[in-house]
Ligand binder design. Structure first.
Ligand code: OAD
Length: 254
């Protein structure tokens, strides 16, 4: 029996709760995209970016100081994400949408892979790098001309610099998405926490708020280190690409 099969076999109680659940909430982090080749935040940056930390580039101050540097980091990440493909973990969550009456899928990721896997509705708490927005007026754009000389493109309406449509460190999360995520966490029967280190608030609190409200929480992560334990919290140690397809196949009533 593989480690993933063992993890599933040890979670029978939680799986029964998931099978009977009417309201399910899912929170995903960078770990679910790791098997698509997208480095996680806690992975050190590599290559040209090895001397930087994500925390030093993903800030309003870094963009104000050197917009060209920050924009080129996001341009590299957009190219990486665009050439990546959703993996079986993303696909399993897209399938879950058809298997539970009410699913709220919340992501901290900015890569858009869950939508590309077929999920019809994803709450993006930290935005999406495939969109940009005017750094002055906030108007969001899905497409823009990338200047050949590596310069940062400008807003066509007011000529201000465009910036990635993501939440930077120190910025507020989109209020509507956060409010809906919080409501889902406090009313769900089962909460799946997938591929997150649970270090960055307010997303980090969502699973524990759900547990406090009586939901069964299933934490899917190759390492149990740093994850909370306690009543109603079930660790399924393994990767998203191994655990989620097995978990969802146990529900596939259709
Ligand atoms: P992290 O890089 O902090 O954590 C990734 C988690 O995924 C870790 O707990 C890994 O153990 C786990 N992991 C790695 N490979 C996995 C796999 N194949 N399957 C499942 N899990 C795996 O990423 P996040 O928790 O998403 O915020 O980080 C949260 C936020 O911190 C990000 O959204 C970003 C960052 O600062 C902003 O940019 C505002």
């Amino acid at each position: 029996m593989s480690a993933a099969d063992e993890a599933i076999a040890g979670a029978e109680v939680a799986i029964e709760r998931l099978r009977a659940a009417r309201r399910v909430a899912v929170l995903t982090g960078a770990g679910i995209s790791a098997e698509s080749g997208i480095p996680t935040f806690r992975d050190a940056l590599t290559g040209l970016w090895a001397r930087y930390r994500a925390e030093d580039l993903a800030t309003p101050e870094a963009f104000a100081r050197d917009p060209r540097l920050v924009w080129s980091w996001y341009r590299m990440r957009r190219a990486m994400v665009s050439s990546a493909a959703p993996n079986p973990g993303h696909a399993a969550l897209a399938r879950l949408e058809a298997l539970v009456p009410h699913l709220t899928l919340i992501t901290q990721n900015v890569d858009g892979l869950q939508q590309r896997a077929g999920s019809s509705r994803v709450l993006e708490l930290h935005g999406n790098i495939l969109r940009a927005r005017c750094s002055r007026e906030g108007a969001v754009v899905d497409a823009w001309e990338e200047p050949d000389d590596g310069e940062v493109p400008h807003c066509v309406d007011c000529d201000s610099l465009l910036r990635p449509d993501v939440v930077w460190f120190g910025e507020a999360l989109p209020a509507a998405a956060l409010e809906e995520a919080w409501a889902a966490a406090t009313t769900c029967d089962v909460f799946l926490s997938v591929g997150t280190s649970n270090l960055v608030e307010p997303a980090a609190s969502l699973p524990w708020v759900a547990a406090r409200e009586g939901a069964s929480v299933m934490v899917i992560n190759p390492t149990a280190a740093g994850q909370r334990t306690g009543d109603g919290i079930h660790q399924l140690v393994g990767t998203a690409g191994e655990i989620l397809p097995r978990l969802v196949s146990r529900l596939d009533r259709i």
